[in-house]
Design a protein around this ligand. Structure first.
Ligand SMILES: *Cc1c(COP(=O)(O)O)cnc(C)c1O
Length: 421
């Protein structure tokens, strides 16, 4: 056992089943471990290091900001935060709205949930009692706080934490009829991932997103999109929903992961649209004192995120994600390998649906984890999404040669699988 492993055992909660890898430095798509071995990184901190590791523009922005001003309170005006909000609104979302900056995706979703409750109080039921319910979907993942965990549609994540925060119901994903029949007087909002990431890489259908938007209009509900994993170029467009149903207009959006390229930042966005006949804008329901965060949107993380998002936009890295998706799909399809049942996802959020029978795994491992560990031994880092889906999450600036190299490792590893028993 290494010294680091021993220290973990003595001092760190075992909330993760950690893999035997100790990264010490990175550059671009390469991650180097303690022993000096270099890996091709298609895990990217779970879709977080969108520009790879140690990107010079981001490192520069962080260094300069650290030498100038790390942190001030949100009691003051923070120019980097204002510039980042403007960049996101005008260049990435392209719809009028207002942002709040958090430190993570779970917190961003908590902000959306709080906004839905304010909205449901402002637009109550016929008898005057507030609406509060947020509908979410099976296999969804929204985070680990008490709020975002209750929103998450996976029992294994909620197990043992009763009583859960009330006010959520989970519906089958991509089922328009079930959604239509599930609206109750207390329902205030829908929250959904345009591309479900952790739950196995399942893409919302265009019909489902359009129907969700229509049902929200009909029943005066907020349409809230969790783009924490899928947003900011990852899925081949600035926003994942635009790859699927570009004409819909969300009322709320949450982000984190890739927006900071590795610095802890998240955000939620509320549309400027009016929520009543008096023209009350939705963001005004979250006024002074309604929400806050000490660190959220501080100068350091905003300077870094601004560098990341400008790089993604100026180099049109969403277009690269789109192009690489095609290359990945064509190559993997051409192998016709029995272990890969289907390729799901959009852009560089790729999920390989595995055939459990074709992967002979050790008793305590799922097929996805088994394959991920074999790939790691062969020099490629990837990440499971549930028991039988493996994710490829290269950085958005990945080159053709790097994709080819990663796919070659995958192909070699698949061909080297011992026959299933
Ligand atoms: C990762 C993730 C979250 C939670 O983000 P944290 O930063 O880990 O709190 C929420 N929603 C989605 C879709 C995610 O992928």
């Amino acid at each position: 056992m290494s010294q680091t492993e021993a220290r973990y055992q003595s001092h760190v909660l075992e909330t993760y089943a950690r893999m035997p890898l100790e990264p010490v430095r990175g550059r671009g798509t390469r991650l180097e471990d303690r022993s000096g071995r270099v890996y091709l990184d298609f895990c990217t901190g779970i879709a977080t290091c969108s520009l790879g590791h140690a990107h010079p523009r981001v490192a520069d922005a962080i260094r300069r900001q650290a030498e100038t001003l790390l942190h001030v309170s949100n009691l003051y005006h923070i120019p980097q935060q204002a510039a980042l909000a403007e960049e996101i609104n005008t260049r990435h979302v392209g719809l009028p709205g207002k942002l709040f900056f958090s430190n993570s995706g779970a917190e961003a979703n908590d902000g959306l949930i709080k906004s839905a409750r304010r909205f449901g109080r402002h637009r109550p039921q016929a008898d005057g009692s507030p609406r509060y319910e947020v509908l979410t979907f099976n296999r969804s993942f929204h985070g680990r706080t008490l709020g975002s965990m209750a929103a998450t549609g996976q029992e294994k994540i909620q197990q043992g934490f009763d009583p859960l925060l009330p006010g959520f119901r989970h519906l089958p994903f991509n089922d328009i009829d079930a959604l239509r029949e599930s609206i109750r007087p207390e329902t205030a909002a829908l929250l959904l991932e345009p591309v479900q990431g952790e739950g196995g890489v399942h893409v919302a259908t265009a019909g489902f997103l359009r129907a969700a938007a229509e049902i929200c209009r009909e029943h005066d509900l907020l349409l809230m999109l969790d783009e924490v994993q899928a947003g900011f170029g990852r899925c081949g467009d600035a926003m994942a929903w635009r790859r699927i149903a570009p004409e819909i207009t969300p009322d709320g959006i949450s982000w984190a992961k890739g927006m900071g390229g590795g610095v802890p930042i998240g955000s939620f966005w509320l549309s400027d649209r009016a929520v009543d006949g008096d023209g009350t804008p939705l963001p005004s329901l979250m006024g002074p004192g309604s929400h806050g965060s000490t660190y959220g949107g501080n100068p350091l993380v905003c300077a870094a995120a601004l560098a990341v998002l400008r790089e993604i936009r100026e180099r049109d890295l969403a277009a690269n994600a789109l192009r690489q998706e095609t290359r990945i799909r064509e190559t993997i399809t051409s192998w016709n390998h029995p272990a890969i049942r289907e390729i799901r996802g959009l852009g560089l959020l790729v999920g390989l649906g595995l055939d459990a029978g074709a992967i002979p795994c050790a008793d305590d491992r799922t097929p996805a984890l088994d394959l991920v560990l074999r790939l790691m031994e062969n020099g490629l880092l990837t990440v499971p999404a549930g028991p039988d889906t493996m994710r490829l999450l290269p950085p958005l600036n990945v080159t053709d040669a790097e994709i080819d190299e990663g796919l070659e490792i995958l192909h070699t590893t698949l061909r080297g699988l011992p026959p299933a028993g």
